[in-house]
Design a protein around this ligand. Structure first.
Ligand code: DGJ
Length: 734
């Protein structure tokens, strides 16, 4: 393990966080203004030669209290900017005092360095298993007039090119203050021209996380969600890169926000081409009343630096999220191959139908059956019963327990779908507690999919749902839960909050959800939890803290899934990405693909099926039984091996990625070609991550290859015939 340290160079007033992988430098300038000096590749000694230069620039005023004209907050790269003291770039915070003033000017106050990492109460976070794993710097700033303090919390992790950052505001004034904006991190990068492009993951329902890469131009660019959740439309991750950065070379800084609500990533290229980057809770519809002596802790951001391309950045996220964000017994366990009845039956099922699917699943070797939406209340379609978490007796003549017992007798595990944060107007819960629905009283709320949000910021509302869920867990044998959420937030108003606290509703909602998840996952540790929000609308690092896997997308089309899974892997591990084989033609796109193609794509994630097994012919059943067996063989490699992107579906017709075991003795190559043409060229691919000294054998064909040659001269794609072709090649060291 390399030395992880945070050193304060007293004379130069420089903090150096260093772990042999990355260095982060912060300087206290004249009058206690805190500047950002560096984040990137690690180095040992700093001579203080790189203090930010001074220059008198027109219309860039001076640091309050300092008459030096060349010293301005308007251009100085800072760690946490102030609002109203002549820094005209986007502010890291806006804090309004009782006087109505929102002026503040934060200066260095003191610092402490601790072993390990302080817990962020009530929030998802990166954790450590021992204090040796990390060191934390808490750098405290104070407004120059008021008793308002801001703790900038930096944790550097041993042997990972990773720093997490968050912010805590403490109000020691006698009055309450209103936080209208508070970033979890700010980083100002000087005009080195290194980071001139940004990668983000925008999308839509059934089209999540589409890789977008663009030039950073002058002005402000924001990547955000205002939907109360992470959203399908913009994931909570970006990467800053150089125009030359590719999968294998060039610098990249990843910023991954550990939060599942309204987020915002702001990038400003200023008047002298410097970059300011801010990440935090979106200030849209947000404010937080902080009473005297109270504090507000923001969620944290995981910053990863790579000097050799995007694969290295992703690899660090994969390890960290698997090892120190995901929790519980399932985080390192092989995940069961499941069949889910959603695309097989939608709402139209009975106990008998379910049993037939289970019978088939058992014959094919499938390991778990998941009963999706429609088993509760009187739910025959999506316009009723959310909030009524008791079995629908007319549909399930054997009851939920009967189904679960049957599934277990057949040797499978049993999983169940819930959508706990929602309420239907047509429900018993609404009949009894109409006020649990989140809305401004007297103002009709917007429906979406005929459903509404419960105000999860209220304890009694959470308890009403929790009690019902616990009753099911305590009476029915449940091995897995799919936690869904099928609409965005609207009508953000909470009847338990005062007028001046209404801006807290969305964040309090999420804190309530996190608390409920904490209680349930703690008390039912054997259950494997899967996050979901109409597919991947809440695919984020915050949810991963409670649930080690998430439904990647409602889009199960193998071709579109290649894009979705490829770009999701930028920030999230394969063990978190669930992927199912569904019917052909596909229900979302109408496209027909072979069972092999569907299998190969889904086997590149946490594998399962989502089709009516009863409708299959004998040949298809045989193929599925083989797929199940193959996946069982490659499962540890896929779920816990190192994942390497080789050819991007965003760049052309050919796709390639691979998995390599930690000891490099085993690898799995996935090759895909989208469209064919009559005079197809012979495509080639160079492998990566293998041991060049090893000789590998193709498990199926027994052909032998040297690791060195596969990585240097590569191999040809098979001479595919037809559209949407894929191939998996399993290599083992001999
Ligand atoms: C959205 C999910 O993503 C689907 O898999 C399914 O569970 C439906 N909801 C059920 O309503």
């Amino acid at each position: 393990m390399s030395k992880t340290n945070v050193i304060f160079h007293q004379e130069e007033k420089v903090f150096h966080l260093n772990n042999g992988k990355v260095s982060y430098l912060i300087q206290i300038e004249e009058d206690g203004v805190v500047s950002h000096l560096y984040f990137g590749k690690s180095f040992e000694s700093y001579s203080n030669h790189k203090k930010y230069p001074r220059r008198d620039r027109g219309f860039s005023g001076n640091v309050p209290g300092n008459s030096e004209r060349a010293y301005s907050k308007d251009t100085l790269p800072q760690e946490f900017s102030s609002h109203g003291s002549m820094d005209y770039r986007i502010p890291s915070s806006i804090i309004r005092r009782e006087s109505g003033s929102n002026l503040h000017d934060f200066r260095y106050f003191d610092y402490r360095i601790e072993d390990g990492k302080p817990e962020l109460k009530g929030l998802p976070q990166v954790y450590t298993e021992s204090d040796e794993e990390a060191k934390t710097l808490v750098l405290t700033l104070k407004d120059r007039d008021q008793e308002i303090y801001v703790d900038l919390i930096y944790t550097i992790y041993s042997d990972r090119p990773t720093i997490t950052r968050s912010t805590k505001v403490r109000n020691l004034t006698a009055n309450s203050i209103s936080i209208e904006k508070i970033a979890s991190m700010q980083m100002d990068l000087t005009n080195s021209g290194i980071y001139d492009e940004v990668i983000s993951l925008p999308g839509a329902h059934v089209q999540e996380r589409q890789l977008q890469r663009e030039k950073i131009n002058a002005g402000i660019k924001t990547f955000e969600s205002r939907r109360g959740t992470t959203s399908h439309q913009m994931n909570s991750f970006i990467a800053l890169v150089n125009h030359d950065t590719n999968e294998f070379s060039g610098p990249a800084i990843g910023l991954n926000f550990v939060y599942s609500g309204n987020h915002s990533f702001e990038i400003e290229k200023d008047q002298i081409d410097q970059l300011r980057v801010l990440v935090g809770i979106n200030d849209y519809n947000f404010s937080w009343q902080l009473n005297s002596k109270e504090s507000f802790q923001t969620p944290e951001v995981i910053m990863v630096y790579s000097d050799s391309g995007l694969n290295q950045m992703s690899d660090n996220y994969h390890h960290l999220l698997r090892e120190r964000v995901a929790r519980g017994i399932h985080k390192d366990r092989q995940r069961p191959i499941l069949v889910n009845n959603w695309e097989a039956t939608y709402f139209d099922f009975t106990s008998e139908k379910i049993k037939k699917i289970v019978d088939e699943a058992a014959k094919l070797g499938i390991e778990m059956f998941v009963l999706d939406d429609g088993w509760f209340g009187h739910r025959d379609n999506d316009d009723s019963s959310l909030g009524d978490w008791f079995e629908y007796k007319e549909k399930l003549s054997d009851g939920l327990k009967g189904v679960s017992d049957y599934v277990h007798q057949k040797g499978l595990k049993f999983g169940l779908w819930f959508e706990p944060e929602m309420i239907s107007i047509d429900s018993k819960l609404y009949e009894q507690h109409p006020d649990y629905l989140m809305q401004e009283p007297g103002r009709s709320p917007s429906a979406s999919r005929d459903q509404h949000l419960l105000d999860m910021g209220r304890k009694e509302v959470r308890e009403a749902v929790e009690t019902q869920i616990r009753k099911i867990f305590d009476t029915v044998n449940i091995d897995y839960v799919k936690w869904d959420m099928n609409r965005s937030m609207s009508d953000a108003y909470s009847i338990i909050l005062n007028a001046q606290n209404q801006g807290e509703t969305a964040h309090r909602y999420l804190l309530g959800v996190y608390e409920l998840l904490e209680n349930l996952t703690r008390d039912y540790p054997e259950i494997l939890w899967e996050g979901c929000s109409g597919g991947g609308g809440r695919f984020d690092t915050g949810f991963l803290y409670y649930m080690p896997q998430s439904w990647t997308s409602d889009n199960t089309d193998a071709v579109e899934r290649m894009n979705i899974q490829y770009s999701t892997s930028l920030a999230y591990p394969i063990s978190s990405m669930t992927a199912h084989v569904s019917a052909s033609p596909n229900h979302q796109t109408g496209r027909s693909t072979s069972l092999k193609t569907r299998g190969d794509v889904a086997m590149s994630g946490v594998f399962g099926y989502e089709l009516d097994l009863e409708q299959l012919n004998a040949a298809e059943k045989e193929e599925i039984a083989e797929q199940v067996q193959s996946y069982q063989e490659i499962r540890p490699l896929v779920q816990y091996g190192d994942f390497i992107r080789l050819k991007s579906p965003y760049k052309g017709n050919n796709v390639a990625w691979m998995f390599v075991s930690q000891d490099q003795k085993e690898a799995l190559l996935f090759l895909g070609r989208i469209l064919t043409n009559a005079q197809a060229v012979f495509n080639e691919v160079k492998l990566a991550g293998l041991n060049k000294e090893f000789v590998y054998e193709d498990v199926e064909t027994k052909e032998k290859y040297y690791g060195d040659e596969l990585m240097t001269i590569g191999m040809y794609y098979p001479d595919f015939y037809g559209d949407y072709q894929t191939q998996m090649i399993h290599l083992r060291k001999i």
